[in-house]
Design a protein around this ligand. Structure first.
Ligand code: HEM
Length: 143
């Protein structure tokens, strides 16, 4: 047996990543703390389950299915229409960490993913603060 470090893809496998994403969106769909980000998504989460699974398969070291299908992995543009500040980022991360726990991911892998997940979620963030500031004309006028 080789001691070479395994990628998350090698540890979870494609089926494991698909299950993780399934559970991730089920949590987003039901967790009161994630209601703000759930409301940004379409009623039917099935297309997103497919897309995020394809994305994470590549991101975790597997075949770049998402990049091949959609031409890139930059997540800035697809998220531009949404207000994603620290609170929305943290709601997304909460769902992901709960999903990792619920699917029985080892603590070692959860630890290995903690910082990379924070970085990728923070890279999607496009606002500094809470969304209540978004449509307040006084705040806009003051800036
Ligand atoms: C940080 C908080 C995040 C929020 C609030 C958020 C929210 C959203 C929303 C509202 C959509 C569109 C959904 C729809 O059309 O129904 C979307 C699309 C998507 N998100 Fe996120 N997202 C976040 C982070 C991430 C991260 C970290 C990743 C990747 C690791 C990701 C991957 C995707 C992908 C692959 C799509 C589909 C893009 C496409 O249309 O091809 N998201 N996201």
């Amino acid at each position: 047996m080789s001691d070479a470090p395994q990628t998350p893809y090698q540890i979870l496998g494609e089926a494991g990543i698909r299950e993780l994403v399934e559970v991730f969106y089920d949590i987003m769909d039901t967790l009161p703390e994630a209601a703000d980000i759930r409301a940004m998504h379409a009623a039917d989460l099935s297309p997103m389950k497919e897309k995020l699974a394809e994305y994470l398969i590549g991101w975790m070291g597997g075949p770049p299915i998402y990049a091949q299908k959609y031409g890139g992995v930059c997540m800035t543009e697809p998220h531009e229409p949404y207000h994603i500040g620290p609170e929305e980022r943290d709601q997304w991360l909460l769902c992901m960490h709960r999903a990792l726990e619920r699917t029985g991911t080892s603590e070692e892998l959860q630890e290995m993913l903690r910082i990379p997940l924070f970085r990728v979620a923070d890279a999607v963030r496009n606002k500094e603060g809470p969304s209540s500031a978004r449509s307040d004309p006084n705040i806009i006028a003051a800036n």
